[in-house]
Ligand binder design. Structure first.
Ligand code: SF4
Length: 457
């Protein structure tokens, strides 16, 4: 399908071909699902909401619920107050959530709808039942990406809900970034192994990775609870994972309640996971148990066993900024060479940080934020790689270039187990290595001449 991509690169300034990002509301909707008893609400037209729901459903393979203000021509001209009022009336009477998390769309942003005013009016008019909550995040899709939307909704959880009763609780806040439910579950497992109490927000484990019981629950048992969110102002500290997804919420919490912040990268690979474990240890004042030392040792053993196959391999990486920053560190730990590193999301920190990571091992790496998969493909035409790592859309490039491919990040639309198996932590790193090794070895077995077809590696 992409066989006709050319190697000749022409300058482009106002054209995206095969974007490596999606729109803000998708991130906001995903974050909202990480609050227990929450109904995400899309203030815009039905088409946007249908797309956001279906995109998330295709990645998580679970039914993703959300409601919409269902704009038509009238709302587009006169504003969406009437639609919002009717929507909130219906949502609370039909679906009875504990909380509604409103995000905007391009249309309501262009109109300039005043969401805080609408929410206040709904409280004043008794549309929102006593004891129920409505929060919001502005998520204009013509700026940023789904990462921005996730960040904005996570920050809204702090702005609207965090509180302080004055006595510090023996707990840490953990803002996990835009990662899968399996990753969130893994972070909780590691914290529990260290006897550290955490309030993780958002938390989509047990929401989008549910066991099959035969019974559908609109509000599954998972998600951070509202009392937990309210308690975040009393926590010892906040660990914020990922500059782009978590910085804003952690900063808002510090501004509001002076909760100490620790900004970390996503714990993907050895070094970033070490730093995460160390932060848990330092802030909670606990020791690292032998069971975690053992897990780390297993990862080290795998690295030493596989190093000869990874050494010097040229890799193209595409994905979300926070996730790629962490992954690139892991690839350098494996002695691989990430020669092309891109994200579709804007933000200069990406190029600065990836440049720092690669300056010794791959000084001539091409690193670009706010770009697209077409650019990546053209670079590969001019200098092939041994492996591509990225979301499902990269499979077209992998096929066109006959290059081994590992699915990583969001969205993965054509495989199933990413919501079950983590990529964070020591065990997640082993899984990633396994996938990379298999992809390269399967390719070699398929393509190599008969005399190099080996039984044993
Ligand atoms: S980019 Fe804007 S118009 Fe398109 S789906 Fe997202 S919110 Fe709707």
């Amino acid at each position: 399908m992409l066989q006709s991509t050319t190697a000749e690169i022409k300058p482009r300034s106002a054209l995206r071909v095969n974007p490596a990002k999606t729109c803000q509301p998708i991130g906001a909707l995903y974050a909202a699902l990480g609050i227990h008893g929450c109904m995400p609400h899309s203030h815009g037209s039905q088409g946007c909401c249908a797309y956001h729901r279906s995109h998330l459903t295709r990645h998580y393979k679970e039914p993703v619920v959300a409601t919409t203000s269902s704009f038509t021509e009238g709302a587009s001209v006169f504003g969406g107050l009437a639609n919002m009022t009717q929507a909130l009336t219906n949502i609370f009477s039909i679906y009875n959530p504990d909380i509604v998390a409103v995000h905007t769309t391009c249309l309501s942003e262009v109109i300039g709808d005043d969401i805080p005013m609408m929410i206040k009016k709904s409280y004043d008019d008794g549309i929102i039942p006593s004891g129920k909550l409505v929060i919001h995040a502005n998520t204009p899709s013509f700026v940023g990406s789904h990462m921005t939307g996730f960040s904005n909704m996570t920050k809204a959880m702090v702005t609207y809900l965090s509180d302080r009763n004055g006595s510090t609780k023996n707990q840490l806040n953990l803002i996990p970034g835009f990662i899968d439910p399996a990753d969130m579950r893994e972070l909780k497992r590691l914290a529990a192994m260290m006897n550290v109490n955490i309030v993780m927000f958002p938390d989509t484990s047990d929401v989008l990775d549910l066991p099959q019981t035969g019974i559908y629950k609109m509000y599954p048992k998972g998600g951070v609870s509202i009392p937990q969110l309210k308690s975040t102002g009393d926590s010892i500290a906040t660990l914020a994972l990922g500059h782009f997804a978590s910085y804003a919420a952690a900063t808002a919490l510090n501004d509001k309640w002076e909760v100490t912040n620790a900004f970390l990268e996503l714990p993907i690979g050895l070094g970033p996971t070490d730093r995460f474990i160390n932060a848990l240890r330092n802030y909670a004042g606990v020791d690292v148990p032998e069971s975690i030392v053992q897990e780390r040792g297993r990862l080290l053993d795998m690295i030493s066993d596989m190093q000869q196959y990874f050494h010097g391999k040229r890799v193209a990486v595409a994905g979300d900024n926070d996730n790629v920053i962490a992954l690139v560190q892991f690839l350098t730990e494996l002695d691989m060479k990430p020669v092309y590193v891109i994200t579709g999301s804007p933000g200069n920190h990406f190029e600065t940080r990836v440049g720092e990571i690669l300056k010794e091992q791959v000084p001539d790496a091409v690193i670009k934020q706010n770009t697209d998969l077409f650019a990546l493909h053209q670079w590969m035409k001019n200098g092939p790689v041994d492996l591509i790592i990225g979301n499902t859309y990269c499979k077209y490039i992998a096929r066109a270039e006959n290059t081994p491919f590992v699915r990583f990040g969001f969205p993965i639309l054509d495989r199933m187990t990413h919501r079950i198996f983590p990529t964070v932590g020591y065990m997640g790193a082993i899984r990633l290595m396994d996938k990379m090794f298999d992809a390269m070895m399967d390719h070699k077995d398929r393509e190599c001449p008969e005399e190099l077809f080996e039984l044993v590696q």
